[in-house]
Design a protein around this ligand. Structure first.
Ligand code: PAF
Length: 281
């Protein structure tokens, strides 16, 4: 049976009742899809109980971003959580998470810079702060995040290590639609025509992955093939970058045996899409 709670006191009552059982936490902003369900299912494999938080965190949205129109479907989310094996949903109000007088934030300095951190100032401070609060409240053994938000995953890994939160941060591979488009709650913004063009982004990244598998080490060539995929349709590139898979430092050349990552962000009409792939030179 899925239990839904809205206050930290109720969460603490739940975790106190676990009496030492392993807990997995899946933090989300709701409007769940198969990608979130994969996180819950992986949590169920790694722990005895899975809790999901559903909270559209205002502090990680910039002033011109989509906070006001971010999609919501709590009934659908609860059904998907139960289906995937969660036992608790924490869906707090904004004033519960950020009561009057709230003034603390968590800044993960290096890995938050560049990429989405450069395009979305303050975004990772908002993410790191709310995730730290959730990890401190639930004290889970493991917390799961999608690799689709690859920089976010590295930011959260760093804060969990640096603050010695005693939680294992697990990245789960991106779940894709049949045509390759990475699942995202924001895909709902796409018009039918944009939805048909959207897989060009994953197509470019997968072409880059194949190029590296065929032996290419020059980052210029790798970026070129990604940009080539976005040449048709109303794409506006935000960034195309190839970085070290752990530090996220930009690379000019791949080194055999050193894992790298290709990341891209681009606007399709008004919708900003992001995606990334592992490069294993
Ligand atoms: O990935 C998300 O949905 C959010 O950034 C997270 C991790 C739930 C923090 O609000």
């Amino acid at each position: 049976m899925l239990q839904t709670v809205t206050t930290p006191a109720e969460v603490r009552a739940f975790t106190a009742g676990l009496s030492g059982k392993r807990l997995a936490l899946v933090p989300t902003m709701g409007f769940l899809h198969a990608g979130h369900q994969a996180l819950i299912a992986e949590g169920a494999r790694r722990a005895d109980a899975v809790a999901v938080s559903i909270f559209v965190n205002p502090t990680q949205f910039g002033p011109t971003e989509d906070l006001a129109r971010y999609p919501k479907d709590l009934d659908g989310d609860l059904r998907k959580c139960a289906e995937a094996g969660a036992v608790l949903v924490y869906a707090p109000q904004v004033a519960t998470v950020y009561p009057p007088g709230f003034q603390t934030s968590v800044d993960v300095e290096r890995v938050s810079k560049g990429l989405d951190g450069a395009s979305r100032p303050g975004h990772f401070r908002g993410v790191a702060t709310v995730v730290t609060k959730l990890l401190a409240l639930f004290r889970p053994h493991v917390a799961l995040f999608g690799e689709k938000d690859y920089q976010q995953l590295q930011v959260i890994g760093a804060l969990a290590r640096d603050l010695e939160l005693g939680v294992e941060i697990v990245g789960v591979p991106t779940v894709r639609d049949e045509d390759g488009l990475a699942m995202s709650s924001r895909n709902t913004y796409l018009s039918p025509q944009e939805r048909a063009q959207a897989p060009m982004l994953s197509g470019g990244l997968m072409a880059a992955e194949a190029l590296v598998q065929a032996g290419e080490l020059d980052v210029g060539q790798i970026k070129k093939i990604i940009r080539h995929a976005l040449r048709e349709g109303p794409w506006k590139e935000d960034f195309v970058e190839v970085v070290d898979a752990v530090t996220l430092e930009p690379l000019a050349q791949l080194t055999p045996g050193r894992p790298a990552r290709a990341l891209a962000a681009a606007f399709l009409g008004k919708t900003r899409l992001i995606d990334n792939v592992a490069l294993e030179p």
